[in-house]
Design a protein around this ligand. Structure first.
Ligand SMILES: [Fe+2]
Ligand SMILES: [Fe+2]
Length: 243
């Protein structure tokens, strides 16, 4: 991957997904905040941009033979991957995380009052993400899939949509991603980067690991939508492919 000072964080992850793990380690947001250049993202976090760039280059040095080059997937396969891997994961992870965060708040909230806030904030993430994924699977993703099919079939008209321009639901989804990302960043802050205190029990430690994994997956999930799927959907409309 060729890096320049003007490379955006998003472009770097799109070019090679292994950059995501490096950014995650440095706390650099590559999904909602992905439009920043590497230098801007590092300046904001008091990080050395050349050190991060070296870490990215090192992580990406070995040729990637795994099927993680999501930008190469066709749109139907990308949607299937998002739903089957990420939506499925979120649905599986939420019940355990809600139970664990509430258990921690109840058992340890007196000594660690930040756990009460963690439980409240995660409740909102759980509720919002469940509704959000329902909208994507029920409305937006089927529309994008049908629009791609229509273009491939040479249709003169786009499939009819209940929401006007595709930009409308996409902007709503992007705002909801921002909300979920901000909430998880708050949990990261409240938990001191998911660091359990010395007196933490096993549930405490497991719960923090689960929360960190949830945030990590959210970053990938949102990256696939904001930076790969949605630009494709907007381009279909903007290029007047149906004109
Ligand atoms: Fe999604
Ligand atoms: Fe989404």
């Amino acid at each position: 991957m060729e890096l320049t000072p003007t490379s955006t964080v998003r472009d770097m992850v799109t070019a090679d997904f292994r950059a995501a793990a490096v950014f995650h380690g440095y706390g650099i947001d590559f999904c909602c905040g992905g439009r920043q250049t590497l230098e801007e993202a590092c300046r904001e976090r008091n990080l050395c941009a050349s050190e991060v760039a070296r870490a990215v280059a090192k992580a990406c040095r070995v040729p990637d033979e795994s099927p993680r080059r999501y930008a190469d997937l066709d749109t139907a396969a990308l949607i299937a991957h998002i739903v089957e891997v990420h939506h499925e994961y979120v649905r599986q992870a939420i019940p355990a995380l809600v139970a664990h965060t509430h258990k921690l708040a109840k058992s340890h909230g007196a000594r660690h009052p930040e756990l009460l806030d963690v439980a409240i904030v995660f409740d909102s993430v759980a509720r919002d993400m469940t509704l959000h994924m329902g909208k994507e699977e029920g409305v937006l993703f089927p529309y994008i899939a049908s629009a791609v099919e229509a273009v491939q079939a040479g249709a003169a008209e786009p499939p009819s949509a209940p929401f006007g321009s595709i930009d409308n639901p996409i902007r709503m989804m992007e705002e909801e991603h921002e909300t979920a990302g901000t909430a998880m960043a708050l949990i990261r802050e409240l938990t001191d980067n998911y660091t359990p205190p010395d007196d933490a029990c096993t549930t405490y430690r497991i719960c923090f690991r689960e929360l960190e994994a949830f945030e990590r997956d959210l970053h990938v999930h949102v990256h696939l939508e904001n930076n790969i799927l949605f630009p494709r959907a907007r381009a279909l409309e903007a290029w007047g492919r149906f004109a």
